[in-house]
Ligand binder design. Structure first.
Ligand code: FAD
Length: 496
């Protein structure tokens, strides 16, 4: 049996030995798992260790000179779990929502074109040709060619995102609407992403036949039926309107900070897990580097709420096949370039969510969020700031560029798309994420199956991160909560 935590340790570590649960990583996934676990199992001990000196992981809000900006995620789809978490940690009054009706634009044919959100707007839109619209409607109605081609057959029918959407909605919709979305939102490559892994719900919609439109209607009806039998929604939760995106008055960082505050001294910053081993009695021993030197903790269960490469390194000695599967998940680099301009510099009103840019145009910027148009108080009077994304799976050379070069490229694209004159921007930040967002590429489901198959031999070890179940912040909260319940079930069946 391994001895835990040397020296004078804090109460949460010292209270029990072994502790019940160690959560590695204080990003939103790990913090959500911890918050749920502590609430549902108040008698059990839990510790969250975070390698950095701050909580939140990718969530990074910064401010200065009257601006408030996000260098990672910029907003969230207000899922019930995320809203409930925000309310539970006391942030109900701090929630802010961006108008769901704000238009989203695609830069096409030399100008910004609104993505049509209604049948009337669809007919009047020039984003697609008449032929492209007809192809989209026919495909959505179920007139879809079968999967053809030896390559797809050899993959067991697993289609890339490009193959799936071209087959269902046509080449124009793929190029002008789906591709900008894939590259702008997921920093992804439609020729590499797996449709069934990255667009699970859409793939399921078409599986039942009748096309995507019929699938969408079936999904909607099923949701309505489920809503009738579901327990009444918590009246304390805010009820955002359809299409609204959320944040907090002082930015997204408020959420991880509030969760960490609730967890108190259960959260340890600057504590990096370096190795995990299993004792003969089934407990795990964990070696950590901490600001006070090396420590060892013994725990009955571990949640690895760390990105795939970090999880892979920790699992290597225990589960080499799982480790290799995790190492195979690509995380392309993305830079968030935050530029501010006087409002008078823009060629048109900035009323909108932002603009996406199809890859076929050859511009390097993936997309731009008109950030100060979404939430109040993000820029001083007379100024606007833009969050631009550049890099991603289709631009691996980004990491070889300097920050100044990256800012110059993005400003050039902003100048072309949004400005009426060449005004030098205030460069608020160039934040390079060397490993930004996990890509659910062809073979992703097999990789996850390998991970879980091998970890079945290591009961009590739970991988839980955004490489599974979705990358959106709401997915991270749901996944963390589900994981907390699973850990609880696991601990309950252990001998006392
Ligand atoms: C640029 C960018 C923009 C995005 N935009 C949006 C958006 O607008 N909306 C949205 O919903 N989602 C967005 N996302 C996705 C979303 O931010 C992520 O999916 C989510 O934040 C991941 O949270 P996580 O807790 O799973 O992982 P992370 O945030 O990566 O947290 C993992 C934590 O584990 C820690 N860690 C790693 N190794 C160790 C170790 N050995 N010991 C201890 N700690 C360790 C890390 O330091 C880190 O803090 C964006 C992501 C990026 C990168």
């Amino acid at each position: 049996m391994v001895v835990a935590t040397p020296g004078a340790v804090e109460s949460s570590v010292a209270r029990s030995n072994p502790i019940d649960l160690l959560i590695v990583g204080a990003g939103l996934t790990g913090l959500s798992a911890a918050q749920r676990f502590v609430r549902q199992s108040p008698g059990r001990s839990c510790l969250v260790v975070e390698a950095q000196d701050r909580v939140g992981g990718n969530i990074t809000t910064r401010s200065g000179n009257g601006f408030l900006w996000e260098e990672g995620p910029n907003s969230f789809a207000p899922t019930p779990e995320l809203l409930q978490l925000a309310v539970e940690v006391g942030l109900k009054d701090q929630l802010v929502f961006a108008d769901g009706k704000l238009p989203r634009f695609v830069y096409w044919d030399g100008r910004l074109q609104a993505i049509p959100m209604s049948p009337g707007a669809f007919w009047n839109s020039t984003l697609l040709s008449d032929r492209g619209k007809a192809r989209l409607l026919l495909g959505a109605a179920g007139f879809v060619p079968p999967i053809l081609g030896a390559t797809v057959q050899a993959r067991g029918g697993e289609e890339t995102v490009r193959e799936f959407f071209t087959r269902h909605l046509g080449q124009e919709t793929m190029e002008r609407m789906v591709d900008p979305f894939i590259s702008g939102v997921y920093a992804g490559d439609p020729d590499a992403l797996s449709a069934s892994a990255a667009f699970r719900k859409m793939a399921a919609m078409q599986a039942a036949g009748g096309g995507l439109a019929a699938g969408a209607i079936r999904t909607l009806l099923a949701k309505r039926r489920a809503a009738k039998t579901a327990p009444p929604a918590d009246p304390n939760l805010p009820k955002p309107k359809s299409g609204e995106l959320g944040s907090f008055r002082e930015g997204l960082q408020m959420l991880p900070e509030a969760v960490a505050k609730e967890l108190g001294d259960r959260v340890k910053l600057g504590w990096r897990v370096e190795a995990i081993a299993r004792s003969s009695n089934g407990d795990y021993t964990v070696d950590l580097a901490t600001p006070d030197g090396p420590r060892q903790i013994t725990t009955r269960a571990i949640v690895l709420a760390t990105p795939a490469p970090a999880t892979a390194n920790l699992l290597q000695p225990l589960a080499p096949a799982a480790s290799a599967a995790l190492h195979a998940i690509p995380y392309p680099a993305v830079a968030c370039v935050i530029l501010a301009y006087p409002e008078t510099a823009f060629a048109q009103s900035l009323r909108g969510f932002g603009n996406l840019i199809p890859r076929s145009l050859g511009l390097q910027t993936l997309g731009t969020i008109w950030a100060s148009s979404l939430f109040a108080g993000r820029a001083p009077q007379g100024w606007a700031h833009l969050i631009n994304f550049i890099g991603g799976a289709q631009n691996p050379g980004l990491i070889n560029k300097t920050e100044a070069e990256i800012a110059d490229i993005v400003h050039g694209d902003v100048r072309r798309i949004l400005l009426k004159e060449d005004v030098a921007p205030k460069v608020l930040s160039v934040k390079l994420w060397r490993r930004a967002i996990p890509q659910y590429t062809i073979g992703h489901a097999d990789r996850l199956a390998t991970l879980h198959r091998e970890l079945a031999a290591w009961p009590g070890l739970f991988p839980c991160s955004n490489y599974e179940g979705g990358v959106a912040l709401g997915d991270c909260v749901r996944h963390g909560w589900d994981q907390a319940a699973e850990v609880d079930r696991y601990l309950a069946q252990l001998p006392v």
